[in-house]
Design a protein around this ligand. Structure first.
Ligand code: SF4
Ligand code: SF4
Length: 451
């Protein structure tokens, strides 16, 4: 077992953490696939409104990489296909049949793993629609089926507030996880499966022989890009792919049963829920369906799908995307506080130690209020102090504003893991990680054109 220490980062202690309790939800009446949740995918639809689909039948393919298949998470009728600006497909909504039809794929047994070639395994995963779970660093695009990575990272747990805990998602599924790990060992030169040691002795005890690294550090120490960056500093170079620990269960399900997996465990957190916990329900379930299990409070709240710092505003009527395993509900924070400027902020979360809560231990609260508009950078250095990959975010941002892309790259633009911490902590409210995301996306598109 190797140990890695990540010096920077920040884990806020927030109210509203989900309990380990898992609620099994009844089947929702409809599901959706959100194509925009897949990075760098240009969907070419293979269905129309009114078409009948089965669990695991194709919905769309990627125009640039038609070998990538995106399958239906349920059996029923395509109710609506919604489009955003420039005809981008925003959701494919499926109204589920009482009795859902399903596609069947060739199942695999333990003994088949010995004789199966890597190419055959890749083909199983591509046809079964789960290849998009593998993504490559540094751009986090869906992995290239023809590539052989040097390292495959498996992130077991996360310090991001309100993320699924392995104690919850592995409950009753340890054998499937073991099988999934054996599958992954065929895909890469080395497998780095790691856990955040401080939080989860459960993983260390239950996954002996499967998890081979521990990572010490605050959020986002567990991010595969951060682990890759720090291992690279120790001389471990080469191409890296990653997958989330909970997604290994989906792969095991597909290969063992020969059917597309329909369900996953979601973490539900935030002060907008009276009873934060874990829920188990279908892929692509409606946000309202998940919220119903955790007594959502009335008022003006934001539902964030996919993580407090890295997720998206999913609205009240949206659906969960494929990579999103957590739903956070926090206040919009638009209400004016009576004599707010005189209040010491004893319960407010603060990185810059603006509020008195910095002096006390114990969980604090967070909302969506940025307390003011974006202002000029004051060179306070907070972003640099927190950045887990030792970038200089303020100089990278200034280089990008001056169109000096080479300088931005020299400051580490490609190492950025999009953790959102710099933007969260910046006292000038500058959306640094948003700026870096756009620049990295542009770079990726340019690389693809030149390839
Ligand atoms: S945290 Fe914001 S204000 Fe401070 S140096 Fe970074 S960009 Fe500038
Ligand atoms: S620059 Fe990137 S990696 Fe560094 S804190 Fe900001 S978002 Fe995270």
């Amino acid at each position: 077992m190797k140990t890695l220490f990540i010096p920077n980062g920040h884990t806020p202690d927030l109210r509203g953490s989900p309990e380990l309790r898992i609620i099994q939800l009844p089947r929702p009446s409809s599901l959706a696939v959100v194509p925009s949740a897949f990075p760098f995918v240009k969907p070419r639809l293979q269905v129309r409104e009114g078409d009948r689909v089965s669990l695991g039948s194709p919905l769309f393919e990627d125009k640039r990489r038609p070998e990538l298949r995106f399958l239906s998470p349920g059996g029923g009728v395509i109710e609506t296909i919604t489009f955003g600006p420039r005809r981008i497909v925003t959701a494919i909504v499926i109204r589920l049949d009482e009795k859902e039809e399903r596609e069947f794929f060739p199942p695999l047994e333990d003994k088949d793993l010995e004789t199966l070639t890597r190419e055959e395994l890749v083909e199983h995963l591509v046809k079964g629609g789960l290849w998009p779970l593998f993504r490559s660093l540094p751009f986090r695009a869906i992995a290239d089926t023809k590539e052989l990575p040097d390292t495959l990272y498996v992130r077991m747990d996360s310090h991001q507030p309100f993320s699924p805990m392995p104690e919850a998602y592995l409950q009753g599924h340890l054998e499937a996880f073991r099988f999934g790990i054996r599958v992954l060992k065929k895909l890469a030169g080395q497998l780095v499966a790691y856990t955040c040691a401080e939080q989860h002795s459960f993983v260390l005890n239950e996954c002996q022989g499967m998890v081979n690294h521990t990572v010490f550090g605050r959020y986002p120490a567990q991010d595969p890009g951060v682990v890759h960056y720090h291992l690279r500093k120790k001389g471990n170079t080469g191409k890296g792919w990653f997958i989330a620990g909970e997604d290994i269960l989906l792969i095991a399900h597909l290969l063992e049963t020969g059917t597309y997996p329909g369900e996953r465990t979601y973490a539900m957190g935030g002060t907008g829920l009276a009873a934060p916990c874990h829920v188990r329900t279908r892929f692509g379930a409606p946000i309202s369906h998940l919220l119903g299990a955790c007594d959502p409070l009335k008022g003006t709240f934001r539902n964030i799908a996919g993580g407090l710092f890295t997720g998206r505003n999913a609205g009240q009527e949206g659906f969960m995307g494929m990579y999103e395993t957590g739903l956070t509900r926090i206040p919009e924070g638009k209400e004016k506080e009576y004599f707010g400027f005189l209040r010491p902020g004893l319960t407010k979360n603060t990185v810059s130690r603006t509020f008195l809560s910095a002096l006390f231990n114990g969980p604090s609260s967070v909302d969506c209020n940025t307390h003011g508009e974006e202002r000029a950078c004051i060179n306070c250095g907070t972003c640099t102090r927190l950045c887990p990959v030792e970038m200089l975010p303020q100089f990278t941002m200034k280089a990008l504003h001056a169109d000096a892309i080479e300088e931005a790259l020299a400051h580490g633009l490609l190492d950025c893991v999009q953790c959102g911490l710099c933007a969260y902590a910046c006292p000038s409210k500058i959306d640094l990680s948003g700026i870096f995301r756009s620049a990295r996306e542009k770079l990726y598109q340019e690389q693809q054109k030149g390839a």
